[in-house]
Design a binder for this molecule. Structure first.
Ligand code: ATP
Ligand code: MG
Ligand code: MG
Length: 550
């Protein structure tokens, strides 16, 4: 679409292609398999995949599994499932950075031979002290001028397992006086006697991220290596690595701002704590924003793509309102899902002039705004359930629903006129009475008279009970996300409310991930874990009401 202006990354790519810097576009998504993906990762996935699509290029899926401490195979599978679900297709280009350990080792040897890397015996603390500060240059390591031969031998011995963790490291020999701290002889290989989830005990030396990542990109022929802003001042090191290793078509790092959602928790350690404390029922609890949680809640890939597109791509950090994500799912489901009737907080409505014991079946459109979804039959009789708040004894002036003396429309059915009610001594209404006008079948009066309100209902003898879960933010927005004293989360004690609703019988067929609009209320999705055959549990995805405006 020509009228949509391009983002700054597209502008860089256009320029690169025009100037012949690259003749193709090749992107990648490189997660560490150390946790579940969240909405922020979705932005990166869709951005990288989208650019490959837009420029007829390629998109790689790569597990950046060079750090054996935190990585687990379990996460590899969940990450793959999430990316597939989002629709980013890596075809046959699934890679593991750990498959390049041999090439990374060779790359280190190459640097040593060029006099661009050395084995250093300083401890981690000493290295930190020697590095200096922003205002003061660093001090050279006493091991900096070891000969190439000695370095080759010591690095070989590191690999052979002769040294304990931390005893020796390999450092790039760059510039201890650089204003960029990352260039002050960064560590590029360390000794770590650890079992890797894929390479087992083959290696006891592992490359550092800043060394490994550009090599991974170069090996795969990546052109535009897109990462988040915190890597901006690592870019000189990225460029140094690909230059010194003399790759013929070096990749280029481009940074963009992370996606943040206001008052929403994405940090792994906070979510881990919520899971451990039993406050949520796992990493995919519908109140979280992991991709698995959003899927379970009933979000669609389309809604997430819409959201990410609306957020745009920028260099400036900002935070987006969760309401925008809700807007996107409402927009996506509005025409796609059937609109069913469910009563959350029921009271009985008795139609006193309806034939005793009779049940009829009325035609109802599945979606008034989308005829393609067809119609269904819904039972109707003289005893219905309606929402408690659709009736009032003493209504305020603008109240358009039921009170004694008014006529309203029962959605898809008839006009009814309220004639009275029965209440307990404490004023709790038990039953509302009315009469119906048989001539208004389908919801319109032949004489053209109008009603102000339309309410939903379910027929009492056919209604089914269903468990419905209503959600609020898991964090207490009033208090702020984090506790000022100890940095812990301020948890909202009311983030989950479970109610038993009366629903129309057709809803009992719902299977996990099936979603619906419950008219006048919200969008709901059958829970994939807790729904049983014939007994779905519905999670509220989002309510219909919103003050959010685009
Ligand atoms: P987290 O700590 O939240 O898991 P991460 O940076 O450790 O995030 P990685 O697995 O290293 O996650 O990231 C994979 C890719 O996703 C990286 O390219 C990273 O820049 C990107 N990414 C991570 N978080 C966000 C975010 N909030 N917005 C956009 N991209 C993100
Ligand atoms: Mg991560
Ligand atoms: Mg990371």
């Amino acid at each position: 679409n020509e009228t949509v202006s391009k983002n700054f990354i597209e502008n860089i790519i256009d320029k690169d292609l025009a100037e012949g810097v690259y003749d193709t576009v090749h992107t990648r998504f490189p997660p560490e398999p150390n946790g579940y993906l969240h909405i922020g990762h979705a932005k990166s996935i869709l951005l990288n995949y989208g650019l490959a699509q837009e420029y007829n290029g390629k998109f790689n899926m790569r597990f950046d599994d060079t750090n054996p401490t935190k990585e687990k195979s379990e996460f590899v599978e969940s990450i793959k499932a999430d990316i597939k679900w989002l629709g980013a297709d890596w075809e046959d280009r699934l890679f593991f950075a750990s498959d390049y350990f041999g090439q990374m080792y060779e790359a280190a040897i190459k640097l040593i031979k060029k006099g661009k890397a050395y084995v250093c015996d300083l401890t981690a603390d000493e290295i930190r002290q020697y590095r200096g500060t922003l205002t003061e240059p660093g001090k050279e390591s006493p091991y900096r001028n070891r000969s190439v031969e000695e370095n080759l031998q010591l690095f070989e011995e590191m690999k052979e397992g002769k040294y304990a963790d931390g005893e020796k490291v390999l450092r790039a020999k760059i510039d201890m006086a650089s204003p960029n701290m990352n260039m002050r002889d960064p560590v590029i290989y360390r000794v770590a006697h650890m079992t890797h989830h894929r390479t087992g005990d083959t290696w006891c030396i592992y490359p550092m991220y800043d060394f490994a990542h550009p090599i991974e990109d170069a090996i795969e022929g990546i052109t535009h290596s897109i990462c988040t802003l915190e890597f901006e001042d690592h870019r000189p090191l990225y460029d140094w690595v690909v230059r010194e290793l003399e790759y013929p078509h070096p990749p280029k790092q481009i940074e963009f701002a992370k996606l943040y959602l206001t008052n929403v928790v994405t940090g792994k350690r906070y979510i881990k704590k919520l899971v451990e404390d039993g406050i949520v029922d796992g990493w995919d609890d519908p109140r979280l924003v992991s991709i698995a949680a959003l899927r379970r809640r009933g979000f669609t890939p389309e809604s997430i793509k819409m959201f990410v597109d609306l957020c745009g791509v920028s260099k400036a950090n900002s935070s987006v309102d969760y309401a925008m994500l809700e807007y996107c799912i409402r927009e996506d489901l509005k025409l796609k899902r059937p609109r069913m009737m469910a009563v959350m907080d029921p009271i009985k409505l008795v139609i006193d002039n309806y034939p005793e014991g009779q049940v009829e079946y009325l035609d109802a459109p599945n979606n008034m705004e989308n005829e393609a979804l067809g119609t269904r039959k819904i039972p109707f009789s003289g005893e219905l359930y309606i929402e408690r708040d659709d009736f009032m004894i003493d209504p305020p002036r603008k109240y358009k629903r039921l009170f004694v003396g008014t006529e309203v429309r029962l959605m898809n059915a008839y006009f009814v006129t309220c004639t009275g009610y029965e209440a307990d001594d404490d004023g709790t209404v038990r039953v509302v009475h009315c009469t119906y006008d048989p001539a208004t079948k389908g919801g319109n009066a032949p004489d053209g008279r109008k009603v102000k309100g339309t309410i939903h209902w379910v027929e009492a003898t056919n209604a089914k009970e269903a468990t419905v879960r209503l959600y609020e933010n898991i964090v207490d927005e009033e208090k702020g996300v984090y506790n000022k004293e100890d940095g812990s989360l301020n948890v909202n004690p009311n983030s989950l409310t479970t109610v038993t609703a009366y629903v129309e019988p057709a809803l009992m067929e719902a299977k996990g991930y099936d979603s619906f609009q419950f008219v006048r209320n919200g969008f709901y999705c059958a829970d994939i874990h807790d729904s049983k055959e014939g007994a779905p549990v519905f999670n509220r995805i989002v309510s219909l009401k919103s003050s959010f405006r685009l």
